[in-house]
Design a protein around this ligand. Structure first.
Ligand code: FES
Length: 208
């Protein structure tokens, strides 16, 4: 896979360039046979689609807490995302076989919940709430600032695989709006353009 840093867009407010689109198209085409994902905080070649022994043990424990296999699907998919980095069709099929559920049912659940990634995500995933209270407190400005800083639009990942940016619905922290969630783990609240700029700089340093 070819990784081309989008330096031309960093810290600028210009429009998306034609050449950036061409580069991304070529990257997508070249990466189809060797997808990358970001499990355990690292970019890695795609592993075989099979739970590790530790995750299989965890899966069996989870299964024992639910009355049916179907009821245990969400936590199992969560484990799959942690293990493989994202939920590809191959992962859906693996989970379906493992749980003896119809593949179509697994696919329907994955596509319903936005917390499941259906494509490889960046090392750092910034989810900015754009619901009404956050929007009234400047979420749009925060999103715009992050877009310009990273050189991507919401829904995209930087060419170097470090950052993904997503616009999401309410994350239940309206009292400290505007806010964002990092990697489903940590909230950053009362955001300002300065604070998100500093956050991106700090995260970029951590993976360089
Ligand atoms: S509206 Fe943003 S956290 Fe609720």
């Amino acid at each position: 896979m070819v990784l081309v840093p989008d330096e031309s867009r960093r810290n600028t407010c210009g429009e998306r360039s034609f050449w950036l689109g061409v580069i991304r198209f070529l990257q997508a085409a070249l990466s189809t046979d060797k997808a990358l994902h970001y499990a355990d905080g690292k970019m890695a070649d795609q592993k075989p689609i099979e739970f590790s022994q530790a995750t299989l043990k965890e899966y069996r424990e989870v299964l024992g807490r639910y009355p049916t296999r179907q009821a245990a699907l969400l936590p199992t998919l969560w484990m799959a995302q942690r293990e493989f980095g994202w939920i590809s069709e191959e992962v859906e099929d693996y989970v379906a076989r493992l749980m003896e559920l119809p593949a179509a049912h697994v696919r329907a659940v994955v596509s319903f919940y936005t917390m499941f990634y259906r494509k490889p995500m960046g090392r750092w995933h910034l989810e900015v709430c754009a619901n009404l209270p956050c929007r009234l407190r400047g979420a749009e400005q925060i999103l715009d600032c992050l877009s310009r800083k990273l050189g991507i639009e919401p829904g995209e990942t930087t060419a170097d695989g470090k950052f993904s940016l997503t616009e999401v619905e309410c994350l239940a922290s309206c009292g400290t709006a505007p806010m964002l969630q990092l990697n489903h783990e940590r909230f950053y609240e009362n955001l300002t353009p300065e604070s998100v700029t500093n956050l991106v700089d700090e995260l970029a340093r951590r993976v360089s």
